[in-house]
Design a protein around this ligand. Structure first.
Ligand code: ATP
Ligand code: MG
Length: 451
């Protein structure tokens, strides 16, 4: 679940529970208010019906015409007042009966009608007292229910908030804290620290990215250590050979041929060391984005021909072919850097074809671009490995028996990209490898007329 969804769910849950609580309380207070009103009406009805009973008794006993007249008025007024407070059908029936009997008595004045009127008033009092008692009981019941509902609402709200806090703590806060701890312990130098991939989507994404970053930092660190070891190891070979050569020069007088042979050997060894150091420096420049190229109009055909000639001299096991068009292959380029890049690729094609075979450098025009392909029939590169080939110090398992530092392709890609071009690797149709460079085509007018 994502953090956004979690927050939405928590907010909705709290809002719903609060809403349910509020509705319950509003319902309870409304009911309580209505019951209180009924209770008030009941009390008023009891009081009025009592007064009616007293007026009726006094009327029956009084002989004074004026007093009887006043009491009759009072009786009618109180009966009319009682009408306002009627709260049940039973009370309505009793009151109507009382009004009828009192009117009959006031009209006839007989003691029979007086007795009938008085007993109908007593029945009215009875009904009112019963109604009032029921109202009191209802109010008490409602009070208890309201208390219970209020208590339940508080408990539900507390339980909901508590459960949500617990959920937050377990599924959000704890994974985030664990992630922060892992990150800081990685920062403090624990290189094997990796985050547990758990918690909300965002935390899972951060943990996954952190683990990937930590893995890549770690593999970079290992590569650097391996490189230092590799560079030291690779340098040790030519350096001890140079050492031996120098020592053999000191042994005594050497024939001119022997001296010449040793000098030539030292030259070759120095060249090897120089190339390794240069590759290392170039790789550092590419990594820092500081590889400088001086772009001038140049014909790639001469660069390719130069590289093929140089490499051809160093191998007899391979047939080297340059397939070039008759028209110039113009690019805006740094001829020396392009030579270095192509030399790396052709050098790889030779190196990774231990059984010999054909190595072809094919070049052609495509719309807006010049394409150069270096094709070999060597050990090939699996689809899976192609994506990682251009990483610094990357060497494939298949090449473990062949010497190299794994910087050639990294530097080559740096050079090609500095020219605004691209490089990719493909399998060759009959085994082997095709490395393809694509450089932006230059303007033919910039090269000037042929000499
Ligand atoms: P160096 O720095 O001396 O060039 P390297 O040749 O090992 O060392 P890259 O040229 O960068 O380094 O090549 C990287 C890896 O790619 C090689 O180690 C090898 O495994 C693989 N590779 C490169 N070119 C080829 C090829 N033509 N055929 C098969 N594998 C290749
Ligand atoms: Mg190489």
């Amino acid at each position: 679940m994502s953090l956004r969804t979690a927050v939405a769910v928590i907010t909705t849950a709290i809002v719903l529970v609060s809403l349910a609580d509020s509705l319950t309380l509003v319902y309870a207070t409304t009911r309580l208010q209505r019951t209180t009103q009924e209770l008030g009406a009941g009390v008023e009805s009891v009081r009025l019906s009592h007064d009616i009973g007293i007026d009726l008794l006094l009327h029956g006993r009084s002989q004074d015409a004026v007093v009887r007249h006043d009491l009759a008025d009072s009786l009618r007024r109180r009966l009319a007042d009682a009408d306002v407070f009627v709260s049940s059908p039973g009370e309505r029936r009793r009151l109507d009966a009382a009004v009828r009997h009192v009117e009959a008595y006031l009209a006839s004045g007989t003691s029979d009608d007086h007795a009938a009127a008085y007993s109908s008033v007593l029945a009215l009092i009875d009904t009112n007292v019963t109604d009032a008692r029921h109202a009191v009981e209802r109010a008490a019941r409602l009070d208890r229910t309201s208390n219970l509902l209020g208590f339940a609402a508080i408990v539900i709200l507390l339980v909901t908030v508590g459960a949500l806090l617990l959920w937050l703590q377990r599924h959000v806060v704890r994974p985030m804290t664990a992630l922060a701890d892992i990150m800081s312990s990685f920062g403090e130098g624990r290189r094997d620290a990796r985050a547990k991939v758990q918690g909300p989507t965002e935390v899972v994404a951060i943990a996954t990215q952190f683990n990937a970053m930590a893995d890549s930092l770690e593999s970079e660190r290992r590569s650097r250590i391996a490189l230092l070891g590799g560079v030291a190891h690779d340098l040790r070979g030519p350096l001890s050979a140079m050492n031996l050569s120098v020592a053999s020069m000191r042994i005594g007088a050497l024939s001119p041929e022997r001296s010449e042979a040793i000098a030539a050997r030292l030259d070759r060894l120095l060249g090897r060391v120089e190339r390794m150091v240069n590759d290392f420096l170039d790789a550092t420049r590419v990594e820092a984005g500081q590889l400088r190229v001086e772009l001038r109009p140049c014909d790639l055909r001469s660069v390719i021909a130069e590289v093929v000639d140089q490499v051809r001299a160093s191998t007899s096991a391979h047939q080297l072919r340059a397939e070039l068009p008759d028209v110039p292959l113009l690019v805006q380029g740094d001829a020396l850097r392009l030579e270095q890049a192509l030399s790396n690729l052709v050098g790889n094609a030779i190196k990774y074809s231990p059984n010999g075979g054909e190595v072809a450098v094919h070049a052609r025009h495509e719309p807006g671009a010049v394409v150069v392909e270096v094709r070999d029939q060597g050990i090939g590169i699996s689809d899976r490995d192609r994506a990682s080939l251009f990483e610094p110090f990357r060497r494939l398992e298949s090449a473990s028996a062949i010497p190299g530092t794994g910087l050639g392709l990294f530097v080559t890609r740096g050079i090609v990209e500095a020219h605004g071009g691209t490089i990719d690797v493909d399998g060759a149709p009959r085994g082997g490898t095709v490395v393809r460079l694509r450089l932006p085509a230059g303007d033919s007018r910039e090269l000037g007329p042929p000499a």
